[in-house]
Design a protein around this ligand. Sequence first.
Ligand SMILES: [Zn+2]
Length: 227
Amino acid sequence: MTALRVRALAITVLLAVLSVPLPAGAEEQFKDSELRVAKALEAIRGDPLALYAFLKRMPKGADLHNHLDGAVYAETFIRVGGEDGLCIDTVAKSFTKSQPIRSGAEPEPVCEEGDVKAADVAKTQKLYDQLVDSFSMRGFVPSEGESRHDHFFETFAKFGGTDPRHTGEFLDEVSARAAAQNEQYLELMETPTWNRLNTITKDLAWREDLTAALTARRLAERSDAEG
Ligand SMILES: [Zn+2]
């Protein structure tokens, strides 16, 4: 995050400098470096590895409207799912909640029959690979039954359910990656109250008079809390 912020500041300073009229000869110099970059790109166009290194270093500008949950890698979700004691539905290839952890000398999550502990997934390469594919767009080939759009949006329900305490880690992962690939500005989106909002709106019927409905709801909640 700090590296990114320092870079963002450097760019701001650079832009301020650039807005000053260029001294004589500087414009030629800019054209020269532009030409050199274009030549360098041409020279490696056929070499995928060199091209990857070149494009990774290239300044990326701004990454806007980046949903934090959608930018975290599948491998991270699998790891934190294990830390949170979640289980895996091996058919749906998604997280499921474990049963309440039984007290004992070594309290362990208890999974439904046929499910696997998320903490154990790394022991089975095949299931681990299938889960990464299920949580991401990796290797996805659209078919008549499932479009790219469907697969992408279904991933959110599959990797959902990890503890909100991981948000800081997620922020670190995504911003560090953005800095490493030379993004100057990252605008992340996160709705901390999403699950709560979802629960409320699910059983709140549509009313023309929304204010009255919300007031009634608030009063009911208050009397619940007091009762
Ligand atoms: Zn969005």
